[in-house]
Design a protein around this ligand. Structure first.
Ligand code: SD4
Length: 334
């Protein structure tokens, strides 16, 4: 199933969840029928582990292989996310990303390592691998965020090639969209496929990355959560890590990934923490029916969790030598 079609009424199921105190948990524990996908193994605590938003087996495979080859968790994440950034068919990351409403493909990405170091690029054009540039911002500049033309020039100075990221298909889709130009600052449920990836190596060292072209047909200059520390991504090597996909505005307002990690710090499992962070959005946002947000999380032991507002969020987990696509459980059972 294509990621972009994730809210189609396919027979997606819910994750098995152990008893939780929240009302969300009560809803989430009603099992749905799952035909062709496995459910997330509830508390699998084996290391190493790579977990990513959406059905991105090639990306998690690459990250896993990278860990097997002895790279750091951060390098594994960059290699894994790079697979999707280079995939011209994926329309929300790297080359092929859907443009803003003026036809420009603008990319946001960030990384965090086990030391709590962070680097990000915002609204950068013409560079296929923003996640790798984000790492360089982190390691090779005195700054943590670079944006726009400055980020692009920095990337070129580091040896990245400028290239046109607007593929024929994405251009065609944009031209069709232009006929109506209906722009709503809420996420169209089919508009998100941001790749957030978390890796924990065999020693429990944690890193993460998040890369996106953001909302399709967004206003020029719009930046979402994906590259913002604490929102689209947060890593605390003592605790765990979380990353987000969905309507960035809502993730930003609740500082979602930081919230998930802080909940794990307070003793919640990754699954409970993702559920409570989604609950926070639902409590604060009466129109939650109109948009999607999904979180994934991992803790230092390699236990994972995932939760979204609506049906259709998938995650890929490479653990115990196996690459598995699963359905996230979700709040809105309707
Ligand atoms: C954003 N969170 O820019 C991103 C969108 C997304 O898949 O998740 N796209 O708001």
């Amino acid at each position: 199933m294509k990621r972009r079609n994730f809210l189609q009424k396919a027979a997606l199921g819910s994750v098995g969840i152990t008893a939780l105190g929240s009302s969300i948990a009560a809803k989430a524990s009603t099992p749905n029928q799952t035909k062709d996908r496995q459910e997330i193994p509830p508390l699998n605590s084996s290391l190493p582990v790579v977990i990513a938003t959406w059905s991105v087996e090639d990306a998690t495979q690459k990250a896993w292989q990278s860990l097997q080859d002895g790279t750091t968790a951060l390098e594994a994440v960059i290699a894994g996310c790079g697979v999707e950034e280079a995939n011209a068919k994926g329309q929300s990351v790297g080359i092929g990303g859907l443009p803003d409403r003026d036809g420009r493909v603008t990319l946001d990405a960030c990384v965090m390592n086990e030391k709590g170091d962070y680097g990000a690029v915002l609204c950068m054009q013409n560079i296929m691998h923003p996640i790798a540039v984000a790492k360089m911002v982190m390691e090779d500049t005195p700054h943590v965020i670079m944006a726009g033309v400055g980020a692009e020039e920095f990337a070129v100075s580091q040896g990245f090639k400028r290239e046109n990221l607007l593929t024929e298909q994405s251009k065609k889709d944009w031209e069709i969209w232009k006929k109506t130009s209906r722009y709503k600052p809420i996420i169209n449920i089919e508009n998100h496929d941001t790749i957030g990836m978390l890796a924990v190596d065999k020693n429990g060292t944690i890193s993460g990355g998040c890369t996106t072209s953001g909302l399709a047909y967004k206003m020029a200059g719009r930046v979402g959560d994906s590259a913002i520390i604490g929102s689209g991504l947060f890593v605390d090597n003592d605790i765990g890590a979380a990353t987000a996909t969905g309507l960035g505005e809502e993730v930003l307002k609740t500082v979602g990934s930081y919230l998930v990690v802080e909940l794990m710090r307070q003793g919640k499992s990754p699954q409970e923490a993702c559920e409570l962070a989604i609950e926070r959005i639902i409590e604060k946002t009466p129109n939650f029916e109109d948009f999607q947000v999904g979180y994934i999380a991992v803790n230092k032991k390699g236990e994972t969790g995932a939760y979204s507002i609506h049906e259709g969020f998938t995650i890929t987990t490479y653990q115990n030598q196996k690459n598995t696509i699963s359905n996230s459980s979700f709040y809105n059972k309707k």
